[in-house]
Design a protein around this ligand. Structure first.
Ligand SMILES: [Zn+2]
Length: 624
């Protein structure tokens, strides 16, 4: 059997047919939550909840009268859900005790601004909310209210267009707290986040062929949300899901990546997994294994198990000709047996410790005895699972199902990520169309916005800047972080050739602002003027530090009055003037005061005569 491929950052993505798309979820700033009037704020982690309540979930029929397959798997998990509530941030809407209030108009308008920013051609003229089923308990109603604002947008990236399929507005889900063991069927949620307005931006999965490009696209979209001034900031305010596929593989969604810097690693680990599962598929087929080999015959092997609990049984299934397959690496440090068992654990709630397969001996299991009972040949395998009879049968039926899927390569699924290993594990089946149905509680909202006039003037989208100017995505992020994006965006249009110079000035300005703890919140107009004067050499950048301090204290910047009024100069400038005076006096011919004045004037054109005279006075070159 071929050695498994476990590499990192060594893939030829083009050769592999790598394709990836992003779903970016970002919280939007607003006065209230999307469907009620509670403040959209999270409680501090030290807060005590006022009270809690609990629920169970069951699926409902989709619009066409079918259950969504993914939902049924969710339902099988049969979670008991406990909600913690906090008086100020939660009302009866979040508890699903009252219908929604009218949707937040401010949020809907921001959705249209964003759609315009993303060049969407087809904004809706009526906002209609739908329900998207959610059975993991993170939404008390069991569904998320969501609406499409626009379709068919794009952003420029390098020399191509990345299509934006959809821009949506929806309510955020509750946040999971109190993580207990993974097999626990009880989950806890803090309800404060539920209902905070969220936007979802979906990029076309076929338009990106490289994980690093994908990362930059994600960074640009996140930056776009910030420069537009509509996104909330802080931990967890932006989360991204990634859709990945390779040639011959399947579309797999990795959910909830918070740190976009890790995106390329997650992509590589998923490529590794898909390649390994394709290898496994070929291996199973080469051994002549067919679907009919995996039979749902559950055989009692309790007599081979030493540590069975009360009311527990041990059942086994035969897996003919499968010797060795459980020890294939599917991700760095992760075997196929773990890939199989963490899936079964999540679906059934049985702990992985209660599962065993024939390639790895277990203390609690007499493997020879099992082989005898099952009447296995040398190259046959088995899986043994212990627990209550009902859950073991459930778990083994899922084992057979997963083995059958292995014959077809890679199952389409949604996987949750492990930030420590960058590996992932099964979360749920990818949802189909039956997950959505219309929300009868919320009337359609007619839209009467002038779509073409929604955007603030002068703000150029970061994707346009990065595709036209010699500046990196990281540098643009820096400019936004130090609060100079509006000025940069404004000036670069007028002086496109000064891009790098402008960046240098902003780096310097932000250094001084930090050094003197100045406030850069005032009127952007002032900084636009200041940076323009510097770019066009109207004033020297030697003055930048002093001017920034002056703006901070007086709130104004005026080039002319500033220069006329000032006779004092800073220490650094004073030192430099002294050097020029000393150099001039080293000349063989005696230097006159007039000549010295002229030299200084030529060296420091930004200084006023008054400033030069006062320095010469200070240096004792002029009598009182
Ligand atoms: Zn509320």
């Amino acid at each position: 059997m071929q050695a498994p491929l476990v590499k990192s950052f060594n893939y030829n993505y083009e050769e592999l047919g790598f394709c990836a798309g992003l779903e970016i979820h970002a919280q939007l700033q607003s006065e209230r939550k999307l469907f009620c009037h509670c403040p959209p704020e999270l409680v501090p982690s030290t807060a005590y909840s006022d009270y809690h309540f609990e629920r169970y979930f069951r699926p409902v029929l989709g619009e066409l009268g079918d259950f969504d397959a993914g939902m049924l798997v969710e339902f099988e998990k049969h979670y008991r859900v406990i909600y913690e509530t906090y008086g100020n941030n939660i009302c009866t809407y979040e508890m699903d005790e009252t219908p929604p209030f009218s949707p937040c108009n401010e949020t809907i308008t921001k959705g249209f601004m964003l759609a315009r920013f993303l060049n969407c051609e087809s904004p809706v003229n009526e906002v209609i909310f739908n329900r998207k089923q959610y059975l993991d308990g993170s939404i008390t109603t069991g569904f998320q209210r969501t609406t499409i604002i626009a379709r068919d947008g794009f952003i420029n990236f390098q020399d191509k267009k990345i299509r934006i399929n959809n821009v949506l507005i929806e309510e955020d889900a509750a946040r999971r707290v109190n993580f207990h063991d993974r097999a626990s069927r009880t989950v806890y949620y803090n309800l404060d986040r539920l209902g905070i307005p969220l936007t979802e931006i979906i990029t076309n999965h076929l338009d990106c062929q490289d994980p690093f490009a994908l990362q930059n696209i994600g960074l640009l979209l996140g930056l776009g949300l910030r420069v537009l001034g509509i996104a909330r900031r802080g931990i967890g305010s932006v989360r991204q899901d990634v859709n990945i596929s390779i040639t011959g593989g399947a579309r797999v969604e990795l959910k909830g990546i918070q740190d976009i810097n890790d995106l390329p690693q997650y992509c590589d680990h998923e490529i590794t997994r898909q390649l390994a599962l394709l290898d496994l598929m070929r291996e199973l087929r080469d051994r002549g294994i067919k679907k009919s080999d995996f039979q749902a015959n559950y055989i009692d092997v309790s007599s081979a198990i030493t540590n069975l609990g009360e009311n527990e049984v041990g059942l086994a299934v035969r897996l003919p000709k499968c010797k060795g397959i459980f020890l294939i690496d599917v991700q760095p440090g992760k075997l196929f047996s773990e890939e199989l068992f963490d899936r079964i654990e999540l679906i059934t709630g049985l702990s992985m410790d209660k599962m065993s397969q024939s390639d790895t001996p277990q203390q609690w299991l007499n493997s020879n005895r099992v082989r005898e009972i099952l009447n296995l040949k040398n190259n046959d395998s088995y899986v043994v699972i212990c627990g209550s009879q009902k859950s073991v049968i459930h778990a083994l039926s899922r084992t057979i199902e997963r083995m059958n899927k292995a014959l077809n390569g890679i199952p389409e699924e949604t996987r949750r990520i492990n930030p420590n290993t960058h590996n992932s594990e099964f979360l749920r089946v990818i949802h189909g169309k039956d997950r959505m149905y219309s929300d009868t509680d919320t009337p359609p909202v007619s839209i009467s916005l002038d779509y073409s006039e929604l955007l603030p003037p002068d703000i150029i989208p970061p994707w346009d800047i990065s595709s036209k100017f010699p500046i990196s995505v990281r540098e643009l992020i820096f400019i936004e972080k130090v609060n100079f994006y509006p000025e940069f965006s404004f000036i670069i249009l007028k002086y496109p050739e000064s891009c790098r110079k402008l960046l240098g000035l902003i780096q310097q300005a932000s250094h001084y602002i930090k050094k003197h703890q100045l406030n850069k919140e005032t009127n952007s107009q002032i900084y636009k003027q200041l940076l323009t004067d510097l770019i066009t050499n109207q004033i020297s950048k030697d003055f930048l530090e002093a001017i920034l301090i002056e703006i901070d204290s007086s709130g104004v910047y005026s080039r002319e009055t500033r220069l006329l009024e000032r006779t004092n100069i800073d220490d650094d400038m004073y030192r430099r003037i002294k050097v020029v005076i000393a150099d001039s006096e080293k000349q063989p011919n005696n230097i006159t005061l007039d000549k010295l004045f002229g030299i200084l004037k030529a060296h420091f054109p930004m200084l006023t005569s008054e400033q030069i005279l006062s320095t010469l006075l200070k240096e004792g070159k002029i009598g009182d």
